[in-house]
Design a protein around this ligand. Structure first.
Ligand SMILES: NC(=O)CC[C@H](N)C(=O)O
Length: 308
């Protein structure tokens, strides 16, 4: 059976390359994060975009072989894995489903919520969920997630050891304070292991093609993942994936989207495919400037919004 063409079929290579060219200019208006030394050294004008469509096509432009760490883009993937392996109740006993107006590493939000993370797209939620991964140590737990992601999707994520060393080289007081509140609320049972696991999974790394590929787990009706889990992850990406800017981009882009502080961005186009962008400079919220620009061009031109 030949799957019917998707909305991406209208895309031309010239169009995609033109947008990447414009995106490189926008990238200069953003800032590199300064709290992870290797991310601070990234080349500001690197831009990559990869699209995988459900009819089996791939569309690529920019530095397609450039690997990058997923950072917070791992959060929806962690959530999907745990929903599939531990089940709905175990996951949502540990983390909420409501959006937050606070930044991704907000301790104030966690304190207001008495140690119950508001959603899985915040650091607090992901640190609490990372503690559910099977295995004794951060490295084993990360490996369990990595192997599952690669087997389920055919992507080829690896652990970026240099990035992990860089993450560890500066103490992240915000994440540590979050983990201590989680410990007191009995959401995690060990601060060091939970942080170490979280740091490991943030350093899973791949190309834009790998990221788009894994996105198909959330886009296709007969993926190896359960539709009810896909729906939950997509809804949380739409409402919480771009942190406090999520509402605005739900209107402007209209796709479940998750960003990471490395400049990674993943958007799901349910029933059509997945889009991955990479460009390391960020806006004030911590979202990739050029990545969001590319997504806006794609969604508006190809009419990709889930809201029609
Ligand atoms: N927004 C992000 O990508 C956050 C991930 C990063 N490792 C941190 O904890 O700060």
């Amino acid at each position: 059976m030949n799957p019917s063409p998707t909305r991406f079929a209208a895309l031309t290579q010239t169009q995609l390359e033109n947008w990447v060219g414009q995106a490189r200019v926008y990238a200069l208006t953003g800032r590199l994060p300064d709290y992870i030394p290797l991310l601070a050294q990234a080349e500001a004008q690197r831009v990559a975009v990869a699209i995988r469509s459900l009819d089996g096509h791939g569309y690529f432009a920019g530095e397609r072989d450039q690997p990058f760490a997923l950072m917070s883009v791992v959060k929806p993937l962690l959530l999907l894995f745990l929903l599939e392996t531990s089940g709905w109740d175990a996951v949502f006993d540990r983390v909420g489903i409501d959006p937050s107006e606070q930044s991704f590493h907000s301790l104030a939000q966690l304190n207001v919520d008495r140690g119950f993370p508001r959603n899985p797209m915040l650091n607090s939620g992901a640190i609490a969920l990372a503690a559910m991964l099977p295995g004794a140590k951060g490295a084993d737990r990360c490996e369990a997630l990595r192997v599952w992601l690669n087997q389920a999707s055919g992507s080829r994520f690896v652990l970026d050891q240099a990035m992990l060393a860089s993450v560890r080289s500066l103490r992240n007081e915000a994440n540590r304070a979050i983990a201590e509140v989680l410990l007191r609320a009995e959401s995690i049972d060990h601060v060091e292991t939970a942080l170490d696991t979280y740091n490991h999974i943030c350093c899973l790394s791949g190309t834009a093609a790998d990221l788009a590929q894994v996105g198909l787990l959330l886009a296709q009706p007969n993926a190896p993942t359960q539709p009810v889990h896909q729906r939950a992850v997509n809804a949380l990406m739409l409402t919480c994936g771009l942190y406090e800017a999520s509402g605005r981009f739900a209107v402007r882009i209209g796709l479940p989207t998750k960003s990471g502080v490395s400049g990674a961005l993943l958007s799901i186009v349910p029933g059509q495919g997945a889009i991955a962008c990479y460009s390391p400079t960020l806006d004030a919220t911590g979202n990739s400037i050029a990545g969001l620009f590319l997504l806006e061009q794609l969604t508006q031109t190809l009419n990709l919004s889930v809201f029609g």
